[in-house]
Design a protein around this ligand. Structure first.
Ligand SMILES: [Zn+2]
Length: 95
């Protein structure tokens, strides 16, 4: 028998974060700004809309320095460019 120590409270605490004050389910996105490249965050689907919900939370820590941020951002832009080029050529093969 294995005696794995489970933490029952962590599940309920996480569920609190899944919904905003208005009861909307939070959505996970990845930020690809040059300030926070590749950084995941949760936000309300109404964030920035006229319902004025401002529930927003970063899931990942900030990258330690400008070098990493720049590297992540440049890699991402490169990848996006490649994906766009590929889609133009092989869009029929991938469906
Ligand atoms: Zn909301």
């Amino acid at each position: 028998m294995s005696s794995s120590s489970s933490t029952p409270n962590s599940t309920t605490r996480f569920r609190d974060d899944l919904f905003c004050f208005y009861g909307d389910r939070m959505q996970v996105h990845t930020s690809w700004t040059n300030c926070n490249p590749g950084r995941r965050f949760m936000s309300c689907p109404n964030y920035g809309s006229n319902r004025r919900c401002r529930k927003f939370k970063f899931l990942d820590v900030e990258l330690p320095n400008e070098y990493y941020k720049d590297l992540m951002f440049q890699n991402h832009m490169q990848l996006r460019k490649l994906e766009r080029d590929n889609q133009l050529e092989h869009c029929k093969d991938y469906t």
